[in-house]
Design a protein around this ligand. Structure first.
Ligand SMILES: *Cc1c(COP(=O)(O)O)cnc(C)c1O
Length: 197
């Protein structure tokens, strides 16, 4: 996650071999996309307003924060207009936290078929941001829950959801042990953030 870090820092990491970078704000991210090498694979992970969808689709390769059927339909429509088929992750709100977006597990089960049938979306899997915990080990049950939900959806609905986007600087090792296929690590790579994001 390169959010809040300057384009120079991304370039340095790219030159060291890192290809995937994540941003959580469209304007900040798009500015970096415009400035940095073509080969970078850009991930968008943040609150996605409808009026930003077109720009996000133009600039980013992967969207991790698809958190409602309505937003997914909108992305599907705009992606069709742009003749794109972005890879997306469905955000799940495992603990039912009011402060976070995401599908409730039951809700997701009810709309999954509609989501995977959208013509211009390639649904790769689930994304989870567990509740803040004191220690990495305390996040393990949440990561496990995400994987179990994924397994249950795959078995029950005959869909393929290989991707599990979970784990940040403080807990990515635990997330990987529990099945994460992509971790979102920011400060462990780039250093502490000066501003909160
Ligand atoms: C910023 C951010 C991260 C990375 O956080 P670090 O603690 O810097 O690794 C991961 N996931 C999301 C959704 C973020 O916004």
């Amino acid at each position: 996650m390169s959010k809040t870090f300057p384009a120079d820092a991304v370039l340095e990491a790219w030159q060291a071999g890192q290809v995937d970078f994540g941003e959580s704000r469209q304007q900040e991210g798009s500015a970096k996309v415009a400035e940095l090498p073509e080969g970078i694979r850009w991930h968008f992970i943040g609150g996605l307003q409808r009026n930003k969808v077109r720009k996000v689709l133009q600039d980013f390769d992967v969207l991790h924060s698809v958190d409602s059927l309505k937003l997914a339909s909108h992305i599907d429509r705009i992606a069709g207009e742009l003749q794109l088929k972005p890879e997306v992750y469905l955000e799940v709100n495992l603990a039912g936290e009011a402060s976070k977006g995401g599908f409730g597990p039951e809700e997701l089960s009810g709309v999954l078929q509609q989501l995977v049938e959208m013509e211009n979306l390639s649904v790769n899997g689930l994304m989870a941001i567990p509740p803040a915990v004191g220690q990495a080990e305390d996040a393990r049950p949440w990561f496990r829950l995400a994987r179990e939900l994924r397994d249950r959806l795959e078995d029950g609905q005959g869909v393929s959801l290989p991707g599990l986007s979970m784990g940040m600087s403080g807990d990515f090792e635990v997330a990987i042990e529990e099945g994460a296929t992509i971790v979102r690590v920011g400060s462990s790579i780039f250093g502490d953030r000066e501003v909160s994001a």
